[in-house]
Design a protein around this ligand. Sequence first.
Ligand code: SAM
Length: 243
Amino acid sequence: MTKNWFVDWFASDFYQTVYNHRNISDANKLIDLIISKTNLKQKSWVLDAACGFGRHSQIFADKTMNVVGFDLSKTLLLRAKENLIDFNNAFLLRADIRNVCFKNKFDLISNLFTSFGYFESDEENFSFVKNSSKFLRKDGFFVFDYFNQFYLEKNLIPSSEREVNGIRISEKREIKNKRIVKEIFIQNSKTDKFYESVKLYSKDEIIDHFGKFGYKPRFIFGNYDGNNFDEELSERLVIFFTL
Ligand SMILES: C[S@@+](CC[C@H](N)C(=O)[O-])C[C@H]1O[C@@H](n2cnc3c(N)ncnc32)[C@H](O)[C@@H]1O
C-alpha cells in the first residue's frame, strides 16, 4: 500500500459502488442537523471541504446557499459537476486539502463523512484545520464528521463480502499502527484491489488538536439524527466547532 492510497481509491469508479449507501438521503439528514444548529441563511457562504461527488454541496445549493466545494479526485469532481450543473450558486475546484487557502471568509466550513486522517503526520492531517481558522467567519461553524474511534475498535468486523450491482466486494479490516486499514477487493471481470488507511483519533484528541488553532466544540453528536455522542454506542463523531 502506498501512503498516497487516497489518490488511487477516490479516482476509481468503484468508490461510489462500495459506498453507494452514502447517498443524497444520507446527506440530507446531516444537512438538516447542520441547518438546525447553525445560523445559516439563504446566500450564506459554505465551504464543502473534500466534497466528493457533491452530495452535500448539492443540498446546500438547493437551499439557496452559496457553496464552494473542493476535492482532489478528478473522477468525483466530474460527477459533482454533473450534480451541480443547474446551480449558479455552486462552485467547484480541484485542490489538495493540505494546501488550500481562501481570501474570503465562509459562514460554514464542513468536512464530512471521514474526509480526514488520510495522511501520516498529525501536522498534515490538521493542516486544513489550522488554515481554515483564517477563512471562517468569527460567528461561523466548522462541522467535522468522523467516526467514533472507540466504537470502531470495539465493533470491528475483520472481513465481509457483499454484492452491489452485480459486482462482488470483499473487505478486510484491521487496526494497525493506530490506523484503520481496509483492503477492498472488487471482483468484476478481474479482481482490483484498493486500500484505505485512516488515522484513529479519539474525541478528546480531535478536540485538543482543533483547540490549538482556536476552535472550541459547541455541539457533539453521535449520529446524523442529532443524538448526543456516547463513546460506547455512537458510530459517528460529529462536532460543531466555533472560533
Ligand atoms: C470518504 S470521501 C467523502 C466525500 C464527501 N465528503 C461525501 O461525504 O460524499 C473522502 C473525500 O476526500 C477526498 N480527498 C482525499 N484526499 C484528498 C486531498 N488530499 N485533498 C482533497 N480532497 C481529498 C476524496 O477524493 C473524497 O472525495
